[in-house]
Design a protein around this ligand. Structure first.
Ligand SMILES: Nc1nc2c(c(=O)[nH]1)N[C@@H](CN(C=O)c1ccc(C(=O)N[C@@H](CCC(=O)O)C(=O)O)cc1)CN2
Length: 285
């Protein structure tokens, strides 16, 4: 058996088109053009690729690209001042601080400087608190993208066992909360989990965001499981995920590819959050 492919590229295109229509409708109703300020500090090559793609898709959706860049040597005060400037600028609907930051910077404190209304990455403690309480707010892009994939492919969640491997603030924790809010029973596994293979084998839906290439093999996947691979690693012969895809595809029911799975949806949900932030800032009829 070969698992069905959960096509994140096609779905992201669809979401981007929906956002473009939403932007046009918002402007036609008298709203200003939504603006996204991506902030890139330093020259991490992967971050350069992600930010370039975010900026391109933002423009394609009809939004303003208000990108700002600082050198790797920028001090905490300089990045703070830039975030404060963007926070005060009415043309800026959303602020995204690309991660990781250079090691000398205090990333959580800088993220926290972003006003919740412009937190299109959904990473401030205010956004996290709203999510934890199931109240409306901007959700982190990767977990929101995973939920869109699961819904687009009609993967049932209610009453199922969802296992999330990884407990990061960026993916694992919000992912678990979103799944739980859809009435899945959620287990979060991490580096100290005793029987990782056994836990994963009991999943109906398995979301792997461990940051370790190939950590999930076929032995950790029960036949028919829906497997979402959040990992992206640059290997000598191309991009690979946290899942050993050739082996897992033989047992899983559905599987996201890497590339072309969760990654493109992360950017699509950023566009969607930026439109939502602009709309909330200037509601129209
Ligand atoms: N502030 C943030 N920083 C980071 C986030 C985030 O959500 N907010 N997530 C990741 C990186 N990321 C977005 O920034 C991201 C990763 C991957 C992709 C993507 O489209 N991947 C493609 C492959 C692209 C390539 O050639 O490398 C795919 O999987 O098909 C988009 C966004 C860490 N930082």
């Amino acid at each position: 058996m070969t698992a069905g492919r959960l096509d994140g590229t096609a779905l992201a295109r669809q979401v981007s088109e929906e956002v473009a229509k939403g932007v046009a409708a918002f402007r036609a109703a008298g709203g200003t053009t939504p603006g996204l300020a991506t902030v890139l500090v330093g020259d991490d090559p992967a971050s350069e690729v992600y930010v370039r793609n975010k900026r391109r898709l933002c423009v394609e959706a009809g939004m303003l690209d208000l990108h700002r860049r600082l050198p790797a040597t920028a001090e905490q005060a300089e990045v703070t001042a830039l975030i404060d400037e963007l926070a005060a600028d009415p043309a800026v609907s959303g602020i995204l601080l690309q991660l990781p930051l250079p090691a000398h910077l205090d990333a959580p404190t800088l993220v926290e400087r972003i006003p919740a209304a412009k937190d299109v990455d959904g990473l401030t403690t205010t956004s996290a608190g709203l999510l934890a309480q199931g109240r409306p707010g901007l959700r982190p892009c990767t977990p929101a993208g995973v939920m869109r994939i699961l819904d687009a492919y009609d993967v049932p969640l209610e009453g199922t066992h969802a296992v999330v491997v990884g407990r990061s603030v960026l993916v694992g924790q919000p992912m678990a909360q979103l799944l739980q809010q859809r009435n899945a029973t959620v287990t979060v596994c991490h580096s100290r989990t005793r029987d990782l293979v056994g836990m994963c084998r009991s999943a109906d839906v398995l979301v792997v965001a461990a940051g370790k290439p190939g950590i999930i093999g076929a032995d950790a996947v029960a036949p028919g499981t829906t497997v979402i691979d959040v990992g992206i690693h640059r290997a000598p012969d191309g991009l690979i995920g946290d899942v050993d895809a050739p082996a897992v595809a033989e047992v899983a029911g559905l599987l996201t590819p890497v590339p072309g799975g969760v990654g493109p949806m992360t950017i699509a949900m950023l566009l969607s959050n930026t439109l939502a932030a602009a709309t909330a800032a200037h509601p129209r009829d």
